[in-house]
Design a protein around this ligand. Structure first.
Ligand SMILES: NC(=O)c1ccc[n+]([C@@H]2O[C@H](COP(=O)([O-])OP(=O)(O)OC[C@H]3O[C@@H](n4cnc5c(N)ncnc54)[C@H](O)[C@@H]3O)[C@@H](O)[C@H]2O)c1
Length: 259
């Protein structure tokens, strides 16, 4: 029997990262869940272990070179990296605090670069190496009051394409998933602050509902798996069609002439 492929997921203590770790483990990979939040990470890993999945944990802060390098060095083997850790804040652009800007860049964009860089020596030795980065609707839309988040997530697209072009030649596929609105703690915080309006979002999304974490995990499973063996440098939108919708009238009106 061959050894299972090994995956590392950042920001895996909750939300999309946790759902992705679960899915990859269910696919038969050995998954290392990492997060900066030790308590939450331990609880989540215990749950997956209880479900009989082959998982391990490591505390890893994606903003910290030493933390990232030490964790990746300790692995010995790696086939899949999912750069999922992310943070968001909401402030009018004219009031943005420089430290907060730097922090969000360091997590959302710098973290992806840092983990990918540290993973390279391991991935280059794998015969099925794949990276998936988490983009966002903020990679397509300008998101008011989320200047640093939207800028970083747009940067993820450039980072993904550049690494795909450079490392594809080393046998490492690099792609991104751009989730729409998925019910996780990050999105729910937008309802709490009033930055997101549930009804408007549902109306704007052609499929008329929010996404589920498992649907993002499924896309990541595809992109990191053998069925995507010739897919490199794409940004796969998993967003119910919100970023392609050009509806600018009220479709609930019954007079078809209005369409
Ligand atoms: N939920 C959505 O609707 C949505 C939409 C588009 C994109 N995304 C992206 O998907 C990813 C996951 O989002 P989510 O909704 O699950 O978020 P979340 O807030 O629920 O979880 C994020 C996780 O990242 C961890 N984290 C934060 N800073 C870290 C650091 N410095 N080092 C390591 N871990 C850190 C947190 O502890 C947390 O466990 C993010 O990159 C986010 O931008 C989410």
């Amino acid at each position: 029997m061959t050894d299972p492929r090994v995956a590392l997921v950042t920001g895996a203590a909750q939300g999309l990262g946790l759902a992705t770790a679960r899915r990859l483990a269910e696919d038969g990979l050995r998954v290392v869940l990492t997060d900066v939040n030790r308590g939450l990470l331990e609880a989540s890993v215990a749950e997956l272990v209880g479900a009989g999945l082959d998982v391990a944990e490591a505390v890893l802060d994606v903003t910290d070179d030493a933390s990232v390098d030490e964790c990746l060095r300790s692995l010995g083997h790696l086939d899949v990296l999912v750069n999922n850790a992310g943070v968001i804040s909401r402030t009018p652009a004219q009031d943005i605090d420089s430290l907060r800007w730097d922090f969000e860049m360091a997590v959302n964009l710098g973290g992806t670069m840092r983990c990918s860089r540290a993973a390279y020596p391991l991935l280059v030795r794998s015969d099925s190496a794949a990276i998936v980065n988490l983009a966002s609707v903020g990679s397509t839309f300008g998101l008011p009051q989320r200047l640093s988040y939207s800028t970083a997530k747009t940067g993820i697209v450039g980072l993904t394409r550049t690494l795909a072009a450079e490392w594809g030649r080393d046998g490492i596929r690099v792609n991104a998933v751009a989730p729409g609105y998925i019910e996780t703690p990050m999105m729910l915080s937008g309802f709490d602050t009033g930055a997101l309006d549930r009804e408007i979002l549902l109306r704007r999304t052609p499929l008329g509902r929010f996404g589920r974490s498992e649907e993002i995990a499924a896309a990541i499973s595809f992109l990191t798996g053998p069925d995507a063996s010739f897919v490199n440098g794409v940004v796969l939108e998993v967003d119910g069609g919100i970023t392609v919708d050009g509806t600018f009238q009220d479709l609930s009106r019954t007079d078809t002439a209005a369409r």
